[in-house]
Design a protein around this ligand. Structure first.
Ligand code: AMP
Ligand code: TRP
Length: 333
């Protein structure tokens, strides 16, 4: 069966974009693929993380995978730091990836901002560790939100260069799986910015643990324009906030934006926002509640991560041994 790998950083404020763009899809793929879902704690520390918060957030992401419906008996859920082969392969790939490739990464430029000199070296080689995550298992498919497309292209470049350099088809060329209506959910405060964990405004995002009151308040305050809802999707042009709210509704309801406009096109945003609130509470409420239930039992969550790490390690070790052999490392034990 084809193998999937994907990861989510335990950096807190897990939001609607993470859920609709990635985590909900993780659960939907599990009948057709062998899936490995990773809480990428080593990626998280490329920017400062409070150690206690990092541990809590690792459990929270795990709980979200489970609450979204990923079955840990059939598939693997683990945290990256517990399988050292990720770091070991990343070193080899640091010697394959070219500085020119990394210099083009837009996420590094965004995250490093003006103070590039002060960014960690880890942030710079972040995409190399991501390539190692995926290729350590020879995964063929990677479900992610749209913002990860460039990183996956780098993964393909690393795989191709490695195969070329050593004259062996060691790695598959991975395919991104970017699907659903909400591959790029935008901020509720600014339709030109993506919804993000690090936005200083809590009103910019709906988080997975928001209750009905918080969801209602955030949607009520969400930015719109004074016009009624457009009649067709062509009317999204120049109206990013309207497009975003309608797309979110479509994704939550599992229908197309055209179908949403069939029902609400031409109506006032105040009415539509009430419908969107009801839809969000109906779809996210049960996931949030299941997360809270799971997080109240950290020993259970840790047990799932431990079991997952052991199974991931068992898959990774022989592949890493093969890679070492190809590179010319003398495997003496
Ligand atoms: P991160 O929080 O950066 O670890 O992202 C975890 C997953 O959520 C990745 O697959 C991202 O592409 C996806 N994601 C993050 N933000 C958004 C967003 N605003 N819309 C859709 N997907 C997103
Ligand atoms: N970079 C991804 C993000 O921020 C997280 C990630 C790390 C990942 N390793 C991965 C995603 C491997 C897919 C596959 O969203």
């Amino acid at each position: 069966m084809k193998r999937i790998f994907s990861g989510v950083q335990p950096t807190g404020n897990l939001h609607l974009g993470n859920y609709l763009g990635a985590i909900r899809n993780f659960a939907r793929l599990q009948d057709d693929y062998e899936c490995i879902y990773c809480v990428v704690d080593m990626h998280a520390i490329t920017v400062w993380q409070d150690p206690a918060a990092l541990k809590a957030n690792t459990r929270e992401v795990t709980a979200t995978f489970l609450a979204a419906g990923v079955d840990p008996a059939k598939h693997i859920i683990f945290n990256q730091s517990q399988v050292p082969a990720h770091a070991e392969l990343a070193w080899i790939f640091n010697c394959v990836a070219r500085l020119g490739w990394l210099n083009r990464m837009t996420q590094f430029k965004e995250k490093a901002g003006k103070h590039r000199e002060n960014a960690s070296a880890g942030l710079y080689v972040y995409p190399v560790l991501m390539a190692a995550d995926i290729l350590l298992y020879k995964a063929t498919h990677v479900p992610v939100g749209e913002d990860q497309k460039q990183h996956l292209e780098l993964t393909r470049d690393v795989a191709q260069k490695f195969n070329n350099d050593f004259g062996r088809e060691v790695f598959p060329i991975v395919e991104p799986l970017i699907f659903g209506e909400a591959t790029r959910v935008m901020s509720l405060r600014d339709g030109s910015k993506k919804m993000s964990k690090s936005d200083p405004s809590d009103y910019s995002r709906i988080t997975m643990t928001d209750g009905p009151d918080e969801i209602a308040q955030k949607i009520r305050k969400a930015k719109t324009d004074p016009l009624p809802l457009p009649e067709t999707v062509e009317g999204f042009d120049g109206r990013p906030e309207a497009a975003n709210l309608i797309t979110i509704y479509a994704a939550l309801a599992d229908i197309t934006p055209e179908a949403v406009l069939g029902e609400y096109g031409g109506q006032q945003f105040s009415d539509f926002k009430k419908a969107l609130t009801d839809m969000a509470v109906e779809k996210l409420g049960p996931v949030g509640q299941e997360m809270q239930r799971l997080m109240a039992d950290p020993a259970h969550v840790d047990g799932i991560l431990k079991d997952g790490a052991e199974r991931a390690e068992a898959l990774a070790r022989p592949i890493l041994a093969e890679i070492y052999d190809v590179v010319g490392f003398l495997n003496v034990r």
